[in-house]
Design a protein around this ligand. Sequence first.
Ligand code: PRX
Length: 584
Amino acid sequence: MTTSSFPTIKKDLDAMKVKPNLDYDKVRGNFDWQEMYDELDWLPGGGLNKAHEAIDRHANGRNRDKLAMIWEGKNGEKETYTFGEMKVHTDKFANVIKSLGIETGDRVFIYMERLPELYFAFFGALKAGAVVGPLFSAFGPDPVRDRLQDSGAKVLVTQPDLRRKITGIIPELFELQHIIVVNKNNRDPQPINTADLSYEEEMAKAPASFDIVNTSQYDYSIMHYTSGTTGKPKGAVHRHQAVVQQYATGKWALDLHEDDIYWCTADPGWVTGTSYGMLAPWTNGVTQLIYEGGFRASKWYELIQEYKITVWYTAPTAIRMLMRAGDEVPRRYDMSSLRFMASVGEPLNPEAVVWGNEIFDMPFHDNWWQTETGAIMCANYACQDVKPGSMGRPLPGVELGIVDENFDPVPVGKDGILVVRPGWPSMFHGYWGNAPMYNSRFRKGWYITGDSARIDEDGFYWFVGRTDDVINTAGHLVGPFEVESALIEHPAVAEAGVIGKPDPIAMEVVKAFVSLKDGYEESTELRQELMRFSRSKLSAAVAPREIEFVASLPKTRSGKIMRRLLKARELGLPEGDTSGLEEE
Ligand code: PRX
């Protein structure tokens, strides 16, 4: 059975400059996670803490003076930090929040752009035993309020412009005790709110060394909000234990070696930016580039050339945008430092894999995982041939399955629900405060991913689609409910139904169908006003790209909007079972 018409990209292991870390066929057969746990350093008191594995173990050893972070700011500023320096900054921040009374398990949220201080606050909070929640800096006030309220965050670390953006929601955050404002290089000369703390002042006062709280591997460490089919986004919580898989996948799926210069383009507001923009490279003692700016094809190639990036982890939408920018752009730069490229977050079309092979002389290695899985679960490995369009094979120590609606296995080559056998080390350990939702993700001994896929006769997995209404736009999961809730807060909107509409670059874009209240007329101005309104509440990444006015929305008898029907109509597909439909 061939699942793609593109030929397999063969690897010549003998010709590789760097020998892959993983011999898949050898390791996969009889692998025990204990082997990886043994490679961790562990805390002197016997506990486990992600910050120790990522920073202190290197700062205390021969990597003390090795560069951990090369930072380039959006205005071209450059800074570098060794593992030893990272230890000092993170120790200081741990002291800052300890002095504020933060205890093990308290939630500390970070709402910042990719500044070095984001990383110091992140690991400092982990050292103090806190549970850290990074938020995407492009979020508007609504998603920030929902997440801070739901998690009961006690401390928020932010920067002046973002602090001003959310001023209106602060009175609604009853559990928030402190706001720490980072004014990087005094970029923002306006005075901070008198009730806020200045990061720079607090850090200047803080002692430069801190004994990491002796967290256990089972203690909570990081939470990321993720969108589901119903309700607002849920906080997927991870334990310190997840670090073993983040370390192992950095080594195996990203093939990180000591001398690599690594660049992960993801933002820590999303899970890829923490698992692979912080934990995987640093637990492997690798130097990484952090670039504060956004996407621009020529700039990205320039960064690869300037910093001699060897391993690059990015996402399909970015790759498709690079393809669109034209082949002559990368040819103007020296890309010869690159030796391994990987991609995640959305389906990576085979054309993009093949394009990578033509332009960079190596394919993009697609891999699959989720916020809930905490780390890569299925990957194309450096040691193996790549079938363009496939997500690769399960990680050693991870069992995937394809099942039908009764959770029975389906034959090879047939589409089914992608499931995982619980027990992988980076498995999430709950949705914050929502046990029923967590429990609903497990059935008959499987974790249900929400994706459908198939497996071929060589054991490679092929992504098919989502099994729910969650929209994947440019790699960001968007729950339609969140967007609908924002829209109906506008006085003109009676009802809203939101779907993902196929798009050649972003895979899907958010499209809203809106019915208006009596007394309001459809108009271009109102459409633009609704776009602006939802963008300012949510963020441009989440807000609808398209709004269509409709007289009414298709609903079930119990009043639930039938998004499936909206989508079928949008795409001109058969409407399927409409027996529950009650159209006005
Ligand atoms: O639908 C799958 C898609 O992204 C979802 C996970 O998104 P999130 O929780 O935000 O995690 C992002 C970190 C990976 C999956 O359920 N997805 C992820 N990787 C792939 C993918 N779809 C197709 N191919 C992939 N490689």
